[in-house]
Design a protein around this ligand. Structure first.
Ligand SMILES: NC(=O)C1=CN([C@@H]2O[C@H](COP(=O)(O)OP(=O)(O)OC[C@H]3O[C@@H](n4cnc5c(N)ncnc54)[C@H](OP(=O)(O)O)[C@@H]3O)[C@@H](O)[C@H]2O)C=CC1
Ligand SMILES: O=C(O)CCC(=O)C(=O)O
Ligand SMILES: [Mg+2]
Length: 744
């Protein structure tokens, strides 16, 4: 253990990155009083891209690979990382970020969609390291513990968010495949002896190609493989488009093209091809020439065709407009701007999009700017059913009531790239008809799937140590909060059946006397948890990686209005701590509002909660009494902050993110001034508390009077740092007070 206590605060993207410019100076000033240093590391999309190309950049432009460094740090006991949400870039976002960096003078190459030689292949591979969910799997060397603290539940009971009303005759529903999907084809095995696996495609024509070899597996780890038939997916989409039209409901698609960065963009592309089939077939040659890629969404068509003659552009766009009349109405991301559900693969991300629909009466926005019932297409069956169960419950019992409902915290298996979310380097689209087989070093065959050209095949790994740690975490949580804990595992699914064996074994390692721990299929577990939650009872969900992601948006969004109010801890397996902020994303819409009106509605509650947990961890690890006092008083300040309802408003002229930071610092200083555990802190903060109290009106005025006008920060993915700081720190009075604290 090194001697200097250190917290690493991550610099990310969009709204959380903007908020950091205002919050970090407060955190740095307060923690400096306990001898804690706060260092930043850049894991933003722009930073991740630049770190890939050191040789192309000048000395001033070159930056270190902070993500790689943090990935290593996460494997050590010293790790104390506060991780804010970052962009998990889809193809279009990655290209936009590259373009912006090029325009700022960074000599980066273009993204080669179809690399033609080894040089281009290397460039694509470098960019792809920054693509999709590139950060979280690297840092998550532990399982996840996400919950709504009692203070937050109390706040919501006092200031409940709005929930849309549900009607029993809602036509909204989930549509999933009934055959040919990943669920139906899964094969699973537990590895008996460490070794190496090989994945091959044995083509019908007799040739064999190696897709991957030397894939290391550990003893006791669970591996599985499954296949999504592209033909069956196409058939399914075709019939669901017709069904949506017949029922008069919106057509919407819910995937996770960011986290599942290889398989889901392909599935997204197939849906785009089916929905716009007639137009895409009619103009196939022109669109090929223009470089349109369906996997990037129909938005890509509109940019690609710019290179075509204008008559051809018009012919294509008017055919699309005509097609919309034939097709079912589409769920919209932004009806004013004509952005549909199929525009960009990262616009509709299932973990957040399904809960938002369920919170809003089961409806989504149509092109007419009104809410309508919708068909939510979630092709694979592994997890689709949980949303249908929730919809059925709302139809029967009405919307959930945030003032009375219980809570569903989550203990999620995610360490060491567990399950589907670690499958990208083992996901392939079959180049030809044949069989994909997996064999070990002795030639023993583990899995075999017949595939047709275009099918998606993927393999997942779930290591044994993370499973043991997950079971332990579940038992600890159940004990600490005296709450039933349910393992959401489906005995009829090959992978889950293997996990059930392990869970049953590892539960015996712990004292579970008096605890209510059960294993249920996801749908039964959902029914059980919803029934309890309606009665105000809490139920811990213990799930794999995907359900961890889905449930930690679904329940917080119903219970708290947003997953930003979650406490999200990752106890790292080597003893360090990773403190994630909230469970949601980087809120691009919030950036838009800041740029247009200088108002940032981002709620940093997740950051406050994470910081308190990080300080508490640090206090224990370094036996630092002052850090302990800081953690305790920050908790009190957060309680007061919630109680006084100083969360950012959505309205111009009222306190926004920056105002909420001021109030947190005021309450934190007051709590430090009132405590008697540390006289030095008491003295330092008494003075600050007094000056902040005296200046409250002045600071709030300085923070709100700047609103209502557009601001410029010179970039979206890579804004100017100093300019952004100026925008985010408009109160000279608050800045001076913090400077004075730092100088002491
Ligand atoms: N951990 C991570 O790093 C994660 C990253 N992402 C990434 O974030 C980006 C955007 O994803 P998206 O699915 O749109 O989800 P977001 O969570 O960013 O946004 C959905 C909506 O949730 C609300 N919201 C989210 N966070 C806050 C907050 N702190 N305060 C107030 N409201 C909040 C906002 O609602 P309203 O507009 O009504 O205010 C927002 O528009 C993507 O690039 C995605 O890959 C997504 C999830 C996790
Ligand atoms: O890493 C990502 O892309 C998203 C992560 C996420 O949604 C989550 O962990 O809840
Ligand atoms: Mg999520």
């Amino acid at each position: 253990m090194s001697n200097t206590p250190k917290i690493i605060y991550t610099l990310t993207d969009e709204a959380p990155a903007l908020a950091t410019h205002s919050l970090l100076p407060i955190i740095a000033a307060y923690t400096s009083t306990a001898g804690v240093s706060v260092e930043t590391r850049d894991i933003s999309l722009a930073g991740r891209i630049l770190a890939q190309f050191p040789d192309l950049l000048s000395d001033e432009q070159r930056i270190s690979d902070d993500l790689a460094e943090l990935g290593e740090l996460a494997k050590t006991p010293e790790a104390n990382i506060i991780k804010l949400p970052n962009i998990s870039a889809s193809g279009p976002q990655l290209k936009a970020a590259i373009k912006e960096l090029q325009s700022q003078g960074y000599p980066l190459p273009d993204y080669p969609d179809e690399p033609k030689n080894d040089g281009e292949k290397a460039i694509k591979a470098a960019f792809d390291k920054a693509k999709g969910s590139a950060v979280n799997p690297v840092l998550r060397e532990g399982n996840s513990d996400r919950r709504a603290p009692q203070s937050v539940k109390n706040y919501v009971r006092k200031y409940p968010h709005r929930m849309g009303e549900w009607s029993a005759d809602s036509q909204s529903h989930v549509a999933h495949m009934s055959e040919g999907d990943f669920y139906g084809s899964e094969q699973s095995a537990t590895i008996e002896k460490a070794g190496k696996l090989k994945i091959e495609l044995k083509q019908k024509d007799g040739t064999t190609s190696v897709l991957k070899e030397g894939l290391a597996v550990q003893e006791g780890e669970v591996v599985d493989a499954s296949r999504m038939s592209s033909r069956r997916l196409r058939n399914f989409i075709d019939s669901e488009i017709k069904d949506a039209k017949k029922r008069g409901v919106l057509f919407s698609l819910h995937l996770k093209a960011t986290m599942m960065k290889v398989s889901d963009p392909i599935m997204f592309g197939i849906v785009v091809e089916e929905f716009y089939k007639d137009v895409l077939e009619k103009h196939a040659d022109a669109l090929k020439l223009a470089g349109f890629s369906p996997n990037s969404g129909i938005g890509d068509l509109y940019s690609a065709i710019q290179s075509l003659p204008s008559e051809q552009q018009e012919a294509i766009t008017s055919d699309i407009d005509a097609l919309y009349k034939e097709r079912p109405p589409m769920a919209m991301v932004n009806s004013h701007k004509g952005i549909t559900n199929l525009h960009v693969p990262s616009d509709v991300i299932i973990d957040a999009s399904m809960p938002a629909m369920i919170r809003d009466s089961g409806k989504m926005w149509g092109a007419d700017d009104a809410l309508h019932d919708a068909k939510a297409v979630i092709p694979d069956r592994c997890y689709a059913g949980i949303y249908q169960v929730t919809i059925d419950d709302c139809k029967k019992n009405g919307a959930f009531d945030p003032t009375t409902m219980g809570s569903v915290p989550n203990v999620g298996l995610m360490a060491q790239k567990a399950e589907e979310y670690g499958s990208h380097d083992k996901t392939f689209q079959a180049a030809a008809d044949g069989t994909i087989v997996v064999t070990d070093e002795n030639g023993h065959q583990l899995f075999s799937h017949d595939v047709e050209a275009g099918d998606i095949w993927r393999m997942c790994q779930t290591k044994d140590a993370p499973i043991q740690d997950w079971v332990k975490l579940a038992v600890t949580r159940a004990r600490d909060s005296a709450t039933p804990a349910i393992f959401w595992l489906d005995a009829n699914r090959a992978h889950d059946a293997k996990l059930i064996e392990k869970v049953e074994t590892y539960l015996k390692d712990h004292d579970t006397s008096g605890l209510d721990i059960r294993i249920m299929s996801p749908e039964d577990a959902m029914r059980f948890s919803l029934e309890r939650t309606r009665k105000g009872e809490d139920t811990i969900s213990v799930t794999g990686n995907v359900l961890r992601d889905y449930l930690t948006d679904l329940f917080p969004i119903m219970e708290l209005g947003t997953s930003a109010k979650m406490l999200s801890i990752v106890p790292l397996m080597q003893g360090g701590g990773l403190f994630e902020t909230g469970a949601g994303g980087s809120a691009p819409k919030h950036v838009e509002q800041l740029l247009e009106q200088n108002h940032l509605r981002w709620d940093s509650l997740g950051e406050f909660l994470a910081l308190a947990a990080s300080l508490e961890h640090l206090a224990k690890a370094y036996d630092n009494a002052k850090a302990k006092v800081l953690a305790k008083t920050l908790d009190q300040a957060t309680g007061e902050f919630l109680n006084s309802n100083k969360s950012p408003s959505r309205k111009i002229g009222e306190i926004d993110n920056r105002g909420s930071h001021f109030y947190l610092s005021l309450y934190w200083a007051q709590a430090l001034a009132s405590q008697d555990e540390d006289a030095e802190l008491k003295e330092q903060f008494s003075e600050l508390a007094k000056s902040l109290e005296a200046d409250e009106d002045k600071v709030v005025k300085e923070l709100t009077e700047v609103q209502g006008k557009p601001v410029e920060i010179n970039g979206y993915y890579h804004p100017d740092y100093d300019l952004t700081s100026q925008v985010m720190r408009p109160s000279a009075t608050l800045n001076a007070a913090l400077d004075a604290l730092m100088k002491r």
